[in-house]
Design a binder for this molecule. Structure first.
Ligand code: SF4
Ligand code: SF4
Length: 165
C-alpha cells in the first residue's frame, strides 16, 4: 500500500511556541504539478485548512502586487513570482493565517528535501521536530483531524469550516 507522509501541524505549532527558532524543514515534490515547488507545505496547509476564506478577503485587497488570488474552491493562492514579500497581508489578516516565514525567498533547490526521493524523505523526517512528521499507510481521518493536502501528504490540523456540524 502506498505510504503518505503525515505532518502534524498542531504539534508543530506547540513546538514552535516553546522555541521560535524551530521551523518545518523546507521540502518539495519534484514531480508534482499540483504543488508549487517553492512554496512550503506549511503555507499550503494554512491556506487550505486554517484560512477563514473571507468573502471580501482583505489580504487580496491589500496586496500591492496582485499576488493573492482565490481558486475555484475559495482557497487563497500566493503567486510567488509576483509577491514582493511586503507582508501587508500578514498584518491585515484578522485571523493570523499567514506567518512571516512564508515569505522567505527560496531560490536554491539544494536547500530543500525532495520528498519524492526515498532517502531525502527519510532525512526530512529526521530533520523535523520529534513527532511532527511520520510515514503512514492510512488515509485521511477527519475524526482525528487528519486531512489530505494532496495524494502524498496528510496534514493533522484543526479544520476551519463554515458548515454546521
Ligand atoms: S507579502 Fe506578498 S502576497 Fe502578501 S501583500 Fe505583500 S506582495 Fe502581497
Ligand atoms: S484575510 Fe486571512 S483569513 Fe481572510 S482570506 Fe485572507 S488569509 Fe484567509
Amino acid at each position: 500500500m502506498a505510504q503518505r507522509i503525515l505532518l502534524d501541524m498542531i504539534k508543530l505549532r506547540s513546538v514552535m511556541a516553546e522555541d521560535p527558532t524551530i521551523a518545518l524543514p523546507e521540502c518539495y515534490f519534484h514531480d508534482s504539478s499540483a504543488m508549487n515547488s517553492f512554496k512550503s507545505i506549511r503555507e499550503l496547509a494554512a491556506f487550505r485548512f486554517s484560512c477563514r476564506r473571507c468573502e471580501d478577503a482583505p489580504c487580496i485587497s491589500v496586496c500591492p502586487a496582485d499576488a493573492l488570488d482565490k481558486d475555484a474552491e475559495g482557497i487563497i493562492t500566493r503567486h510567488t513570482n509576483l509577491c514582493i514579500s511586503c507582508k501587508s497581508c500578514v498584518t491585515i489578516c484578522p485571523f493570523g493565517t499567514m506567518m512571516t516565514d512564508f515569505f522567505t525567498h527560496r531560490r536554491n533547490r539544494d536547500l530543500f528535501y525532495d520528498l519524492s526521493n526515498k532517502k531525502e524523505l527519510e532525512l526530512f523526517i529526521e530533520a523535523c521536530p520529534p513527532g511532527v512528521a511520520s510515514l503512514t499507510e492510512a488515509d485521511e481521518s477527519p475524526a482525528e483531524n487528519i486531512y489530505r493536502l494532496n495524494d502524498k501528504v496528510l496534514v493533522k490540523e484543526y479544520l476551519y469550516s463554515t458548515e454546521k456540524p
